[in-house]
Design a protein around this ligand. Structure first.
Ligand code: SAM
Length: 288
């Protein structure tokens, strides 16, 4: 967890902890602060906005953390809607420190597959075991790199492509090589029967370096030493939403700001905004 992209999972956990302690929180994750407190790499990170000297004015722990809080809520709602409809298999790609298996009210027969690299999942288990946390649905960790044959690993632990499923790639795709994203979409399409759903996050920016000096990237580098621009894969991105539409999926592409307006809190557009190109895509595969 200590370095590279694994540390970004801790950044999201810290943001969720801060969101959880807000009086007007959009999502509550009581496990999030325990991940932060357990990791020496983020010993001096805040878990409450009151611990941040400039509070909400801080681009990282104010606006960016609120972004993650909003994203968590919107994707919680998407997953719960999907399992209340058809899907009983949930696949969290690049699950990181996502604790949804432990905190959302899943139907009794739901199975949640968490795919991430072994080190990240091992740290997660250590913390959750220490808390004696009990999942609210059957939870199956799938420790594998998404550049390897992860669909084989998923099949080996019981994923059934003949039954509807719901998939999430939250804060993941921009870390992956472009070809890996294309293969991931191909694989998800192949493993999804009609009635399945997928949500994912993309960045539309042609040149991410355009926002090199944005308050958000600058604060993240200066305050916690995570230079997101060096972790993001900067190859030209595939049009994943378009490719799913071409295969018959129905897709809806939204800005995060639309959800800010819907919920009445969260980030709004600003000048030199590293969030300007972020899009949340919701896709459904119709029954044939
Ligand atoms: N989805 C989680 C969330 O929103 O809390 C985690 C997001 S974190 C920013 C990105 C996650 O993607 C990390 O946990 C990282 O380990 C995982 N990840 C990145 N590249 C990966 C790869 N090649 N294979 C498996 N996981 C990967």
């Amino acid at each position: 967890m200590a370095g590279g992209v694994g540390l970004t999972a801790l950044l999201v956990a810290a943001a969720r902890a801060i969101e959880t302690h807000r009086h007007d929180s959009l999502a509550r994750d009581v496990f999030a602060e325990h991940f932060v407190l357990a990791a020496p790499a983020c010993a001096d990170w805040p878990t409450r906005i009151q611990q941040v000297p400039d509070g909400d004015a801080n681009p990282l722990w104010g606006r960016f953390a609120r972004y993650f809080g909003l994203r968590t809520r919107v994707l919680d709602d998407f997953l719960l809607r999907s399992v209340r409809a058809d899907a009983r298999q949930v696949v969290l790609l690049g699950a990181g420190l996502d604790s949804r298996a432990f905190r959302l009210d899943w139907p009794a027969d739901c199975v949640i597959f968490e795919v991430d690299r072994a080190g990240v999942l091992a740290f997660k288990h250590e913390v959750l075991d220490g808390l004696s946390a009990v999942p609210k649905a059957m939870r199956i960790p799938v420790p594998i790199d998404l550049r390897a044959d992860w669909s084989g690993a998923l099949a080996a632990v019981g994923f059934d492509p003949a039954a509807p499923s719901v998939w999430l790639a939250e804060g993941l795709l921009f870390y992956l090589p472009s070809t890996t994203e294309t293969q991931l979409m191909d694989t998800v399409d192949r493993l999804c029967t009609g009635g399945s759903a997928l949500a994912f996050e993309v960045k539309l920016d042609k040149d991410l370096l355009e926002y090199r000096d944005s308050p958000l990237y600058t604060a993240t580098t200066q305050q916690i030493g995570i230079d997101l621009l060096t972790l993001f894969n900067r190859e030209p991105r595939p049009d994943s939403a378009g490719s799913l539409t071409g295969r018959g999926w129905s897709t809806a592409v939204h800005t995060p700001f639309e959800f800010t307006r819907h919920h009445g809190r969260g980030p709004l557009p600003e000048a030199n905004d590293a969030l300007a190109g972020n899009r949340w895509v919701f896709a459904n595969k119709p029954r044939s």
